[in-house]
Design a binder for this molecule. Structure first.
Ligand SMILES: [Zn+2]
Length: 267
């Protein structure tokens, strides 16, 4: 009897997880989704504001303007791309923001809803607007492909036993916040960062190249950026690499996406 119960319990969980899987609208891949868009967006807005309060935003107006300028251009490209694919509703509730934090770490992230944070330490690697467009295009691609919903769902399964985000927030607020921050490599001192998986990285690379090309930036710059990133030796690899593991295959793959991306590139 006990065995039977366990069996049906496992079946129920499996059925639940299958139900909870949804398609990535941009790529048609199935992803685990225990978290609604509206929950992600409200959590995102709160955590982003808190980050801005607790950290020093850059006082360099030239660099700050660069981040906002490149961000807006990518935002416009994404809006056009989604409209062209009749998917504009996927961007409902987005409240885009682009900020530069004074921080030596080479890092950048985009929370759901288009909340982008660039760290001043990554600017030596990006070098100019086009290099910055590689990073911002990539991060924004993660956000619009809803990779955080997927990663949050996976983390909730692993750490809180498949609890939905709403319930997790009510019952385990601190732990849930910690999961959230580790997803983005924010406050990594709290624990291990959760890197994006290979599929998500490939999706973000491919879409990021398309978005930057549509925004008027030459996508070929991505190759140089990832080369500089992976050659940055030293005792501690850049923060960006801990959430975005890179290897030789990555640049190879990026090269293979180039013909598609170049179709969107108008000088
Ligand atoms: Zn990535």
């Amino acid at each position: 009897m006990k065995k039977l119960q366990t069996g049906s319990f496992v079946f129920l969980i499996a059925a639940f997880l299958f139900q909870a899987c949804s398609l990535v609208p941009l790529t048609g891949r199935r992803q685990l989704s225990l978290v609604s868009d509206s929950e992600m967006l409200s959590m995102s807005a709160g955590q982003y504001d808190q980050f801005k309060k607790e950290n020093k935003m850059s006082s360099d107006s030239g660099e700050t303007n660069e981040v906002k300028r490149v961000g807006r251009n990518i935002q416009n490209a994404v809006t056009t791309y989604f409209a062209g694919h009749k998917m504009s509703q996927e961007l409902n509730g987005f409240a885009w923001e682009f900020n530069l934090v004074e921080n030596k770490e080479a890092n950048a992230w985009c929370m759901p809803g288009g909340k982008v944070m660039v760290y001043s330490g990554i600017l030596p690697f990006t070098q100019n607007d086009t290099g910055l467009a590689v990073v911002m295009g990539h991060e924004i691609a993660h956000a619009v492909a809803k990779h955080s919903n997927e990663r949050m769902s996976q983390a909730l399964v692993a750490q809180l036993g498949g609890m939905g985000l709403g319930l997790a927030l009510k019952q385990e607020t601190q732990k849930t916040q910690q999961i959230w921050m580790t997803l983005f490599g924010v406050g990594v001192q709290l624990g291990a960062v959760l890197p994006y998986n290979r599929l998500q990285e490939a999706e973000a690379d491919r879409l990021g190249l398309i978005f930057m090309a549509m925004a008027g930036y030459d996508p070929n710059a991505a190759i140089g950026f990832w080369q500089r990133m992976s050659q940055s030796g030293g005792a501690k690899p850049p923060e960006f690499l801990s959430t975005h593991p890179s290897d030789k295959n990555r640049i190879q793959k990026i090269r293979s996406y180039m013909p598609e991306a170049m179709k969107y590139y108008k000088k």
